[in-house]
Design a protein around this ligand. Structure first.
Ligand code: HH2
Length: 309
């Protein structure tokens, strides 16, 4: 396919012609994609995530934080039990399940859908059975042979993210000839495999995987060329919140100090048509998006010329 997204991919994806109005999820749920970018709030039930490491490691703290994010306007709450930060150690599937299942069970009746951030087929299956409605896999359903079948059977919405290498190795001098074209080609292939497995297109969302096997320049190029991803014909999720390159660009070595840069990227991504934004700072992001939308909408208002101060 062409990077500009106006060509036909080898796999026949040409659905930039199709409207992307909703995202079909498990348990008969759907999310409206047509109105404004959705905000996915992050809850890590881990002792070692880079951005909020250890803050919500206990189930009660994770549940309280999820409820706070919902209050702040999260459209989705993303629950993860395994840190995927560069250099992170693997945790066992049992440990991951012990961390996330009690939290999902507690939140499953909220109007806000829960997503499970996992690479493991068994966690996908059990998390959706416990009430999660979306599977968010940073390996794009490639980490385990059973992942695609597990995702299919679950009925969940699926985030197919690009990554290169494993969390332990991915930042060892990543190399691309054309990062955007290569990430798009890989996502195109994975979307095709998911479709062939029987997962309906309206369940699939793609994500370039900012920071996963990419250096600062790669991340910036992907963000700069974000619109090219719409050629894949499925909605686009961007997750840059508090990532290391923001610290590098904005002189913020502590991840908790990276909210302003994260909001700047969320606004950029929204302007480039991203349908879902994965963020830690939900209230701040929603406020910034509301102001951005109001300014853009003002140009369309019939009263624009008469507006007072
Ligand atoms: N980034 C992280 C985790 N999950 N999922 C998607 N779809 N896109 C992302 O960019 C993404 C993701 C980052 O890793 P982690 O170390 O778990 O930190 P945190 O969850 O606090 O962002």
């Amino acid at each position: 396919m062409t990077v500009a997204g106006h060509g036909h991919s080898q796999s026949g994806l040409q659905s930039h012609l199709q409207p992307l109005e909703h995202w079909s999820l498990a348990h008969g749920r759907t999310l409206d994609l047509g109105t404004r970018p959705l905000v996915m709030g992050i809850v890590n039930v881990t002792p070692d995530s880079f951005s909020d490491g250890g803050d919500f490691a206990q189930a009660e703290a994770a549940i309280a934080h999820a409820l706070k994010l919902v209050d702040e306007g999260a459209d989705i709450v993303d629950i993860g039990g395994e840190s995927t930060r560069p250099g992170a150690d693997d945790v066992s599937v049992e440990e991951e399940l012990d961390r996330v299942i009690p939290v999902i069970e507690e939140l499953k009746d909220l109007a806000t859908p829960i997503s499970i951030d996992t690479r493991h087929a068994r966690v996908m299956t059990e998390a959706v059975a416990a009430g999660a409605a979306i599977i968010n896999d940073v390996t794009g359903l490639t980490f385990e042979a059973q992942s695609r079948a597990a995702a299919l059977k679950s009925g969940a919405g699926v985030v197919v993210m690009h990554s290169r290498g494993t969390p332990k190795t991915m930042q060892r001098s990543p190399r691309y000839d054309d990062v955007t074209a290569e990430v798009i080609a890989w996502l195109d292939h994975q979307v095709q495999l998911a479709l062939q497995a029987g997962i309906n297109r309206d369940r699939i969302v793609v994500d370039p995987g900012i920071g996963f096997g990419k250096n600062t320049q790669h991340n910036l190029t992907l963000l700069h060329q974000l619109e090219a991803f719409h050629g894949l014909g499925v909605p686009l999720l961007v997750g840059a919140s508090r990532k290391r390159f923001i610290g590098e660009l904005g002189n913020a070595p502590d991840a908790r100090q990276r909210m302003p840069g994260s909001v700047a990227i969320a606004l950029w991504a929204a302007q480039k048509g991203a349908q879902v934004l994965r963020v830690h700072d939900v209230a701040e992001t929603r406020q910034a998006l509301a102001v951005q939308a109001a300014i853009m909408g003002a140009g369309l208002s019939e009263f624009a010329g008469e507006a007072g101060a």
